[in-house]
Design a protein around this ligand. Structure first.
Ligand code: ADP
Ligand code: MG
Length: 272
């Protein structure tokens, strides 16, 4: 089984990329678990029927109040998606109240209690918000859920700042067997100088797995009840890029991934 975690700044394209990766793997007849770990809880919307599924936090309020984890079945936590993908969303608290990371920690504890990752999956894809690498958002790294970390960036400085921070948490948890497989450059501007991104990757001790093009097929798929691009527009530039990325992620080996070397903040802001 391969445990893949897609991290990155909010709005960078994590869910779009994660959902399309899960779809590529499912279309290749792999058994896939897809887990959204972002209070936005829309990672799985394109994998079901275009609607938001009940989140773990919503379920927690509804079910866990009367039963303990031991009586739950994995099916209580998962929704079967269109291509047979098992889907879960951590969800989050009401805006302004509570801690979103706590929902992720609680959900992963329930997964562990239920032995969910022993459920015969070929691939698990976790889609995790990486603006704030607080304990909750780092939970997939701490609890042995993660193996391959992939960070989505763009050419924008703040996306790279978030990536540098995520690389710090990968370094912290590398003793858990977590490793940075590489970056995905989801470009906002197709004409951008790619060398700066390549330099950033080299500085933090990793590589760019794929340059994903900006493609209007992404927006069209979203408006078509959130179908994934690889299903709706399989010949689009985005779909081709995602198929290539899906294969590359699977083929990355731990021994080719040194512990990352993130910059400290002063170095990051000092120019490079
Ligand atoms: P995140 O999960 O990181 O918050 P999303 O996957 O929701 O980000 O993407 C944010 C927005 O950017 C979405 O509306 C999506 O359609 C758009 N988007 C992401 N990647 C691309 C791309 N390669 N081409 C066109 N639009 C994109
Ligand atoms: Mg998202």
């Amino acid at each position: 089984m391969q445990n893949i975690v897609i991290f990155g700044k909010g709005g960078i394209g994590k869910s779009t990329i994660a959902a399309n990766l899960s779809t590529v793997y499912a279309l290749q007849k792999r058994k896939v678990l897809h887990v959204g770990c972002d209070p936005k809880h829309d990672s799985t919307v394109g994998l079901v029927d275009g609607s938001l599924i009940e989140t773990f936090m919503e379920k927690h309020a509804r079910i866990f109040g009367v039963r303990d984890h031991g009586e739950l079945k994995a099916s209580d936590l998962l929704v079967k998606g269109r291509l047979g993908i098992d889907c879960a969303e951590a969800g989050g608290p009401e805006p302004g109240v509570g801690c979103a990371g706590r929902g992720i920690s609680l959900m992963l504890e329930a997964f562990q209690d239920l032995g969910l990752l022993k459920g015969g999956y070929d691939v698990s894809v976790f889609d995790v918000l990486g603006d704030v690498v607080c304990g909750g958002f780092a939970a997939p790294l701490r609890k042995g859920f993660a193996e391959k970390i992939v960070i989505v960036v763009s050419e924008e400085l703040m996306a790279l700042y978030a990536a540098n921070n995520i690389a710090k948490s990968v370094r912290t948890y590398s003793s858990n067997g977590v490793y940075l497989a590489g970056l995905v450059a989801n470009l906002k501007d197709g004409k951008v100088d790619r060398r700066r991104l390549e330099k950033f990757a080299k500085l933090i001790g990793t590589r760019i797995l794929e340059f994903v093009p900006r493609d209007q097929a992404v927006r069209e798929a979203e408006f078509a009840r959130h179908k994934t691009v690889v299903e709706r527009s399989p010949r689009s530039a985005f779909a081709k890029s995602l198929k290539s990325l899906a294969a590359k992620i699977l083929s990355v080996r731990r021994e080719d991934c040194p512990v990352p070397t993130p910059m400290d903040d002063r170095r990051f802001y000092g120019g490079w």
